[in-house]
Design a protein around this ligand. Structure first.
Ligand code: ADP
Length: 400
C-alpha cells in the first residue's frame, strides 16, 4: 500500500482550480518575464511581468515579431553580430538556452535592460519557444561592488610583494650589497618566487574582474593595423635580446603573402584590452621560442572580421594540450616548458578580453613546429568609423 494513497484519502478534499487556471495564475503572478513565440518568432503570449519590464501592453505585442518588440545587444554594449547572438540563434533553431546574459533594448529612447534569459523549445504544433527572463541590473551593480573590494585588497597585497622584490634586487646587486655565493643562490630563488607572486596577484586581479563582468571594455573606433603595429613594435628590444627575428605585416589574405603595410582596417575596440592581448601573445611567443627562431605579427581584414595573428617558430603545443590552453591555470607540462615560468592565466585573460569585445581567439600548433594564435574581432566600415569618431568627439566636446 503506497504512502501517498493513504495520505490522499486522509486529507480532506479542498477545492482545487483546474490545471490550466493554476498555470495561468503562476504566469500572471511570477516576477520573471515570460514570452511564448511560435516557430517563426511571432509572439503568442506575454505575461504581465514581461509587459511591465518591456514597457508594452500584452495586447499590442501579440502577433508581433520578437525582433520588433526589442533589440538584443551585449551587456558590454559591444557589437553583437547575428551569428554570435545565441538568443536569436536559439529562437531560429528551436534550441534550448540557459541563463544567457544580454541587454534588451526597447522603445524609441533605446532603453537598455540587462537580463538573464533562457529558452525552452516545446514540441507542440506551433513549435513554441518559451522565453523566460529576469532583470539583472541589481546583480551587476553588486558584482561591481565586490570587484571594487577585491581590487582594493589585491592592491594592498601587491604593494608589500613589490617592496620585497625591490629589496631582494638591492641585495642581489653587487653595487649595493656584498653577499657570498651561497646567499646569492638563495636570494635568487626568493627573488624569482617574489616576481612570480607579483605576477600572480596581477593576473588574479584581472581574472576576478573579468569573471565578475566588471572589466567592461571601453570601446572606441580605431584603425587596427596601426594600433597593433605600435603595440607589437614595443617588444622589439625584448625580442632582439632573446635572439629572435621579428616581422610585422598586414594583408587581405595569407600570412606571408602580399604583405602590405598600408592596409587600413577599422575596429570598435578597447585599446587597453588590445594592449593586454598582444602583450600576452607576444610575451608567450618570446618565452616559448628558443634563440634563433622568429615571431610574426599580422593584422588583416577578412570580410566583416579583423584577423590578428601572432605566429612563432618555437616549441609548439601538443594535440593533448591544445584544447585546454585557454583554461584557467592550465600549463602544458613537458620537459621543455617545465623550466619556463608562468601562471597559466595569460591565455584565459586573453580569451575573456577578446570575448568581451565580441571576438574569438584560437590557436593552431603542433608540438615542435611553432604556434599561431588567431584573434578575430568584428570589423567596422570606414563610413561607420567616421560616424563613431564624430559621435565620440561630440561627447568629449560636450563634457569639456
Ligand atoms: P603561462 O603563464 O603558463 O604562459 P598562458 O595561459 O599564457 O600561461 O599559457 C598556457 C600554456 O599554453 C603555457 O603554459 C604553454 O604551455 C602554452 N603556450 C602558450 N603560448 C605558447 C606558445 N606561443 N608556444 C608554445 N606553448 C605556448
Amino acid at each position: 500500500m503506497s504512502l501517498f494513497k493513504r495520505q490522499t484519502t486522509s486529507v480532506p478534499a479542498t477545492p482545487v482550480a483546474p490545471q490550466s487556471s493554476l498555470a495561468e495564475l503562476a504566469l500572471i503572478n511570477i516576477h520573471d518575464g515570460v514570452i511564448i513565440l511560435d516557430r517563426n518568432g511571432k509572439i503568442q503570449y506575454l505575461n504581465p511581468a514581461a509587459a511591465t519590464m518591456l514597457e508594452t501592453k500584452a495586447a499590442d505585442a501579440v502577433s508581433l515579431d520578437f525582433g520588433l518588440l526589442l533589440k538584443v545587444e551585449s551587456i558590454e554594449d559591444a557589437p553583437l553580430p547575428d551569428d554570435k547572438n545565441l538568443l536569436l540563434r536559439a529562437i531560429r533553431d528551436g534550441q534550448p538556452l540557459e541563463n544567457y546574459k544580454v541587454c534588451f533594448v526597447i522603445g524609441r529612447a533605446s532603453k537598455r535592460i540587462p537580463v538573464s534569459v533562457s529558452l525552452v523549445p516545446v514540441n507542440d504544433q506551433n513549435g513554441s519557444r518559451i522565453i523566460t527572463f529576469r532583470n539583472i541590473a541589481k546583480e551587476l551593480a553588486e558584482e561591481g561592488e565586490q570587484a571594487e573590494f577585491v581590487s582594493t585588497a589585491s592592491h594592498e597585497m601587491r604593494t608589500p610583494v613589490a617592496s620585497i622584490e625591490g629589496y631582494l634586487s638591492l641585495a642581489l646587486n653587487p653595487q649595493t650589497a656584498t653577499i657570498d655565493e651561497r646567499a646569492r643562490s638563495y636570494l635568487d630563488a626568493a627573488h624569482a618566487a617574489a616576481k612570480h607572486l607579483g605576477q600572480l596577484f596581477h593576473d588574479l586581479l584581472d581574472v576576478t574582474k573579468l569573471d565578475d563582468g566588471h572589466l567592461r571594455p571601453n570601446l572606441q573606433p580605431v584603425e587596427m593595423v596601426g594600433l597593433v603595429k605600435q603595440i607589437a613594435d614595443q617588444y622589439y628590444p625584448q625580442i632582439n635580446a632573446a635572439n629572435l627575428k621579428y616581422q610585422f605585416g598586414s594583408a587581405e589574405s595569407g600570412i606571408n603573402t602580399a604583405r602590405r603595410l598600408d592596409q587600413v582596417v577599422y575596429g570598435y575596440v578597447d585599446t587597453g584590452f588590445i594592449g593586454e592581448i598582444i602583450d600576452n601573445l607576444v610575451g608567450n611567443a618570446i618565452k616559448y621560442t628558443p634563440a634563433g627562431g622568429s615571431i610574426y605579427v599580422n593584422v588583416r581584414g577578412d570580410g566583416d572580421h579583423i584577423l590578428i595573428n601572432v605566429t612563432d617558430t618555437g616549441l609548439g603545443i601538443s594535440g593533448d594540450d591544445l584544447p585546454h590552453i585557454f583554461q584557467k591555470f592550465y600549463r602544458s607540462d613537458n620537459s621543455d616548458t617545465r623550466t619556463i615560468g608562468g601562471t597559466g592565466l595569460g591565455l584565459y585573460i586573453v580569451k575573456k578580453r577578446v570575448e568581451a569585445m565580441g571576438g574569438r581567439v584560437w590557436a593552431e600548433s603542433a608540438f615542435g613546429e611553432g604556434s599561431t594564435f588567431y584573434v578575430s574581432l568584428p570589423r567596422i566600415s570606414g563610413e561607420e568609423y567616421e560616424k563613431r569618431m564624430i559621435n565620440n568627439n561630440k561627447v568629449q566636446g560636450g563634457t569639456q
